[in-house]
Design a protein around this ligand. Sequence first.
Ligand SMILES: O=C(O)CCC(=O)C(=O)O
Ligand SMILES: [Mn+2]
Length: 213
Amino acid sequence: MQADLFTRADPEQNLLKHDGELYVLGQLMDAAQAQLVFDELHASLPWQNEVLPNRFSQAPEFFVLDRKLSLHTEALTHYRYSGADKPCQPWTPLLLKLKAQIEQRTGQPFNVCLANLYPDGKASMGWHSDNETQLVQGSAIASLSLGAARDFDVKHKRSGEKLRLNLKSGQLVVMGGAVQQHWLHAIPKRMGLKEPRINLTFRLMHPDRKCDQ
Ligand SMILES: O=C(O)CCC(=O)C(=O)O
Ligand SMILES: [Mn+2]
């Protein structure tokens, strides 16, 4: 394990005992600021419903999910994510500002922001790891939560060992090292929850075009 991956995190604070790194870096901003950021992103990003290809169908068939996505980068023309190519949008001034704050807080560089909007507790994300081939292997992924608090579950691929975090508005979490090789994560459904949540993950990807960010 690269215990010194995060220059701004204390390796003692790694929540995983083995096979990767997961840090809760605390609040990036207070609740009032987080609400302002949530409102601006909710109103202004070009959200698209997440569409998943039906892997069991011969014909081209898709499931349209409640969860919405918006992908921002100048490094990629497209991002292959959960089995489909997603178009990339340019950075917005607010996302660039958050990227700079998070780079400062984590000591890690990022060139992509994937925004997820969960309109309510019916929207979820199944078990997966962030292991797309376009990701720089072993690079950190920083995750900022805004809006409703949601559980974030983590499960070891071999042992089935589990951990649950409750991610609150303004909170910053970082995954790194070998975490994506050995652990899965998920956002489970919460049927009673009516409030929306936005999650931003900042990632480092191999560019597929020239850019200066
Ligand atoms: O919403 C979250 O906190 C997790 C998002 C996530 O795992 C992803 O975008 O790959
Ligand atoms: Mn993920």
